[in-house]
Design a protein around this ligand. Structure first.
Ligand code: FES
Length: 106
């Protein structure tokens, strides 16, 4: 599937990714800036915070109750479209997905 990461300044990074990789792994593999993924995908650091584009929320679903939501509460400027990129796995259903990067990870 193809994913597009949009930086806050409007720069778009469209990458072709493999199924079952997470949005965090794909961003790191493709040198998309703004996603750190410090904990390696364990939903434990919050440095892979992204926003799902409004048109895609129905497909990705919102942040999961529990650890993902808890981590996002610590992320700056999180809102109802926020997800941890390491918790969103790619599939053909998400082909064309657009996500937005936050200002910075903290
Ligand atoms: Fe640490 Fe996603 S990589 S929470």
């Amino acid at each position: 599937p193809t994913v597009t990461y949009v930086e806050i300044n409007g720069t778009r990074h469209t990458v072709e990714a493999e199924n079952d990789l997470s949005l965090m792994e794909v961003a790191l593999n493709s040198s998309v800036p703004g996603i750190d993924g410090d904990c390696g995908g364990a939903a434990a650091c919050g440095t892979c915070h992204i926003y799902i584009d409004a048109a895609w929320i129905d497909k990705t679903g919102p942040a999961a109750d529990g650890i993902e939501k808890d981590m996002l509460e610590f992320a700056e400027h999180s809102n109802e479209s926020s997800r941890l990129a390491c918790q969103v796995k790619l599939s053909e259903e998400l082909n064309g997905l657009v996500v937005h990067l936050p200002l910075a990870q903290h």
